[in-house]
Design a protein around this ligand. Structure first.
Ligand SMILES: O=C([O-])CC(=O)C(=O)O
Ligand SMILES: [Mg+2]
Length: 236
């Protein structure tokens, strides 16, 4: 008997709608919306090492720690429970503390994530088997690739728990968007206001780009109201 297949999590209609709206945006519009609202969520230094396309989804978290006699491990490889529980609409977020001495993700995990239809993976630190993720066409955002295994070095403390990703608190179910500019998280509690603000910013930028196409001077298009639009009182 082969291992049990896990069905994709059932989602509320409104959650699907939020994801669909997020997927129509990009990280820059979302980061601008967070700035305007005085919220944090943008993470610096993570790039797509495999399948470099935009991903949007809800966070399924994995929290890693250095292996030591004081920390009881799960006895299974890190990330496995999260992979088995994830499916379409999910982004696996590995809180690896920015570590680059060992991989917080690898190719067998990528194979499982791809099989289950996961949108992509974000690792705050190093991953490995990057070629495998490329062959699988699994979007993999991380700080860097390394050949060194986690085994004997890093273990999973817990999964599906609140984690810290480069100073950004991420709770399971928070929104994640990643693209060529980086990775941005949106707390589920702020999703509606962030999405609405990002949509307004994106619409404004589309109008600006149309004006550039129509021959207006760039200095006129990107003038004072562009400079101030992310201020609290700035017009969108
Ligand atoms: O041992 C590791 O770091 C994990 C690994 O290579 C894999 O998932 O293929
Ligand atoms: Mg491997």
């Amino acid at each position: 008997m082969t291992s049990q297949a896990h069905p994709a999590p059932v989602r509320e209609e409104s959650e699907d709608e939020a994801l669909a709206r997020l997927a129509r945006l990009d990280t820059c519009a979302v980061a601008d919306a967070l700035d305007k609202l005085g919220l944090s969520g943008a993470v610096l230094g993570l790039t797509a090492l495999a399948a470099p396309r935009r991903i949007a989804g809800r966070a399924v978290t994995v929290d890693l720690v250095e292996q030591s006699p004081e920390v009881a491990g799960s006895g299974r490889h890190l990330g496995t429970a999260a992979v088995d529980a994830s499916g379409p609409g999910d982004v696996i977020v590995v809180a690896h503390g920015g570590r680059t001495h060992a991989a917080g993700w690898g190719g067998v995990l990528s194979t499982g994530a791809r099989r289950n239809g996961v949108e992509g993976v974000v690792v705050h630190g190093a991953c490995r088997d990057v070629d495998e993720a490329r062959e699988l066409d699994l979007p993999l955002y991380a700080a860097t690739g390394v050949p060194v295994t986690a085994r004997g070095r890093v273990i999973e403390r817990a999964w599906n728990v609140p984690v810290d990703v480069a100073g950004v608190p991420v709770t399971p179910g928070d929104l994640v968007i990643a693209d060529a500019s980086g990775v941005v998280f949106v707390a589920a509690a702020h999703a509606e206001e962030v999405l609405a603000t990002a949509e307004a910013i994106a619409a404004k930028e589309r109008a600006m780009v149309e004006r550039i196409g129509a021959g207006h001077a760039v200095a006129d298009v990107m003038s004072a109201d562009y400079e101030t639009m992310l201020d609290k009182q700035g017009a969108l």
